[in-house]
Design a protein around this ligand. Structure first.
Ligand code: PEP
Ligand code: MN
Length: 362
């Protein structure tokens, strides 16, 4: 059973100033002191106040560059002292948390491989207890909303109220242009459940390539998310990790300037009246849809009884394919997409089969 979360909104963390998006930027990995300082200076010059850099890197293969470790924390401290930026890094264990506390790291994030692991989440939550360091939790690599929420609950129980999330998409074997499936639906679900949660998107890890960053960042803004975490490097193509998805500070400036930021709502009276009237119409239509669905289910029940009495199987694939095909054709005439019709009709049909099966079992 999910618990309520006691949260302080990101605007009150003392890290981010309006306008949207709140922005966190910096290299995938801290590589050398020079690379960290040069990237941070470039970002500071374009008005970024929160710097990220991975110190401990979760890599698929041993022997790949696994991060510089503790020495990198000194470089982050230098960024903080020389440029006055807030600094953050990824933690995946108690040891990492203790290192961050020791070197004054301002904020930490939990990576997608770690948020999927309740043992590690509990270890990190215990280590963070009493520190008051803000924490951002990336979604687990697999699209499991409860696992994501469970990670947030553990941190919140440990007293972390400056708590936010980063949506970075999900691992997939499907052939898509991005590195990860954006799976925005899950982000919207989490957003709806915890509207007060500070919400970032990580277009870099969703994209996996520079050319998709703009469209993904715009999408995140259109969904009303609060911020972006973007991987930036002073010399992206030579980066030691995630070279294809990193951009220069100058490219980040262009990206941010290109974004169209729409308000999540408006105080304008005409807008409020107009949207109110349209929503009232939608409510009436939804009510009718429910009544029609109920009527359809009742007929379906009768069909179930009929099949039972005549000893006929519930699922008639031929008939179902015919219904779907004709609905898609009729839908197309009305300007409705094949995907939408297929999804809606499949859900209705699944429920009909379930209801008819209850008759058979009764
Ligand atoms: C990262 O932010 O560098 C990172 C490793 O991300 P993720 O956990 O989303 O893969
Ligand atoms: Mn990365």
């Amino acid at each position: 059973m999910a618990q309520e979360l006691d949260l302080i909104p990101g605007t009150e963390w003392g890290f981010f100033t309006p306008p949207r998006p709140m922005c966190i930027a910096g290299p995938c990995s801290a590589e050398t002191e020079e690379q960290v300082m040069e990237t941070a200076r470039g970002l500071h010059a374009i008005g970024i106040h929160v710097f990220r850099a991975g110190i401990w890197k979760p890599r698929t293969h041993p022997g790949s560059f696994e991060g510089v470790g503790t020495p990198g924390l000194r470089w982050l401290r230098r960024v903080k002292e020389e440029l006055g930026m807030k600094v953050c890094t990824e933690v995946a264990s108690e040891k990492h948390v203790l290192g961050c506390v020791k070197y004054g790291v301002d904020m930490v994030w939990i990576g997608a491989r770690t948020s999927a692991n309740p043992f590690l989440m509990q270890e990190i939550a215990d280590a963070l207890e009493g520190t008051d360091i803000p924490v951002l939790v990336k979604n687990p690599v697999n699209p499991d909303l409860d696992l994501w929420i469970g990670a947030l609950e553990r941190l919140n129980r440990a007293g972390i109220r400056r708590l936010g999330v980063i949506h970075r998409g999900f691992s997939t074997s499907a052939a898509i242009p991005y590195r990860n499936d954006p799976g925005w639906k899950l982000a919207i679900e989490l957003r709806t459940r915890y509207p007060q949660m500070t919400f970032f998107a990580d277009p870099s890890h969703i994209a996996g390539g520079r050319s998709y960053l703009q469209e993904l960042s715009q999408r995140a803004m259109d969904l009303g998310l609060d911020g972006l975490m973007v991987e930036c490097h002073c010399n992206p193509s030579c980066a030691w990790s995630d070279a294809r998805q990193q951009i220069t500070p100058a490219a980040l400036k262009d990206l941010l300037e290109s974004l169209v930021i729409r308000e999540t709502t408006s105080d304008n009276v005409d807008y409020r009246e107009g949207i109110g009237a349209l929503r009232a119409r939608i409510d009436v239509i939804d009510e009718k849809l429910l009544e029609l669905l109920k009527e359809r289910m009742d007929v379906s029940l009768h069909i179930g009884e009929y099949k039972k009495n005549h000893n006929v199987a519930i699922l008639q694939t031929g008939r179902w394919e015919e219904v779907l095909r004709s609905m898609i054709t009729r839908g197309a005439e009305l300007g409705l997409s094949e995907n939408a019709i297929t999804a809606i009709m499949t859900a209705i049909h699944d429920e009909s089969v379930r209801v008819q099966n209850t008759i058979l079992e009764s």
